[in-house]
Design a protein around this ligand. Structure first.
Ligand code: NDP
Length: 322
């Protein structure tokens, strides 16, 4: 089978299209023929070595496809089932052996590209707004990179929960997408000081929560945008790692809260995975959460997908089609 493998960490040039044996479904696993693989920023961190992985490594943590075979001990699935998952490696490929307890069945109304686009970024938007900082009606929140994969979904979920949403993006075209997703106010943080804009849009009060996936370039100003006892949800570092932080800043900023959550702790057991995935997939099937698949590339162009993602040239979801 074809797969995108890295033998060392580095830039997109380390991503090789390799010919590998189709994996075996071991005990507790299902062999899935992949129809769509999701590209996520975490794949970039694994490629560069920011998040260490054992090499050689087939990139990709998310996908959808059809079960071909099940390994010993798998009773909940059978050949022909349509499934999707996130958090199991090896999905930039034609086949993957995935732990059966990480697979969810795809409802009929949802196609393979939609399912692959929903799992990692959809469940992230869900846990951030529902559990990490549970948005209450009447809250004001700030969401960075609002035209991105997680961003467009998080704006929609925040609006569903009754928040006033302030959003940042880098270009006019992205501003249009953030507005379409439901943002009340869009700030071009590439041109204007978002902290000042947030202060003026909130009459000096600040926001209840900031969802910050950008990291290095936004972190300190995000803290400064909070109301006393507000929460900074720092959930990514697209612009680089945050290094200049002293916990005393939380005190002087107004007894603030800081959390650094990860999806994998919010879907760690089967029950929480099923609950979260089914809620997200139901919202999509019912038209309450709208996916924006901004780009679909053939599997062999995975390196180009990474180049675009890192150059801020993508919007919504990026998919690879084997
Ligand atoms: P996005 O589609 O959001 O792409 C990243 C976006 O970040 C860009 O489009 C860009 O938007 C913005 N950005 C700002 N500065 C930079 C920079 N220097 N380089 C690149 N991008 C920059 O990606 P994803 O939706 O896949 O992921 C978004 C973030 O969420 C990532 O940081 C990811 O790690 C994190 N994440 C965290 C999870 C968790 O559980 N903790 C789970 C899923 C994702 P603009 O041009 O508008 O600035």
């Amino acid at each position: 089978m074809k797969a995108i493998r890295i033998e060392k960490n580095g830039g997109p040039e380390v991503m090789n299209l390799a010919e590998l044996p189709v994996p075996e479904a071991a005990a507790g696993q299902a062999l899935v023929r992949i129809e769509a693989a999701g590209v996520n920023f975490i794949d970039v961190y694994q490629r560069t070595g920011l998040y260490p992985v054992q090499l050689p490594y087939v990139l990709g943590l998310e996908g959808s496809g059809t079960v071909e075979k099940t390994g010993p001990g798998v009773e909940t699935l059978q050949a022909g089932d349509r499934v999707a998952w996130s958090g199991a490696p090896g999905t930039y490929a034609e086949y993957a052996a995935v732990p059966a307890d990480r697979l969810v069945k795809i409802p009929e109304k949802i196609d393979f590209p939609e399912a692959a686009a929903a799992m990692l970024q959809g469940m992230t938007a869900h846990y951030l707004a529902v559990d990490t900082y549970p948005i209450r009606s009447g809250d004001t929140v700030l969401i960075h990179a609002a035209a991105g994969g997680v961003g467009q979904l998080l704006v929609q979920v925040a609006r569903r929960r009754g928040a006033r949403v302030l959003a940042t993006v880098s270009t006019e075209a992205k501003a249009e997408l953030a507005r379409k997703a439901g943002a009340d106010e869009v700030i071009l943080y590439s041109r204007e000081d978002f902290e000042q804009r947030v202060k003026s849009l909130t009459g000096g009060a600040g926001v209840d929560a900031v969802y910050d996936s950008v990291g290095q370039t936004t972190f300190l100003k995000s803290l400064a945008c909070l109301k006393p006892r507000g929460m900074l949800v720092s959930f990514g570092q697209s612009s680089g790692k945050v290094t200049n932080f002293d916990p005393a800043m939380l005190g002087s900023g107004g007894s603030l809260y800081l959390t650094r959550p990860s999806l994998f702790h919010y879907i760690a057991d089967r029950q929480s995975l099923e609950r979260r995935a089914s809620e997200v997939l139901d919202w999509i099937a019912g038209g309450e959460l709208v996916l924006h698949i901004g780009q679909r590339l053939p599997l062999r162009d995975a390196a180009e997908a990474h180049r675009r993602l890192e150059a801020r040239k993508t919007t919504g979801k990026v998919l690879l089609i084997p």
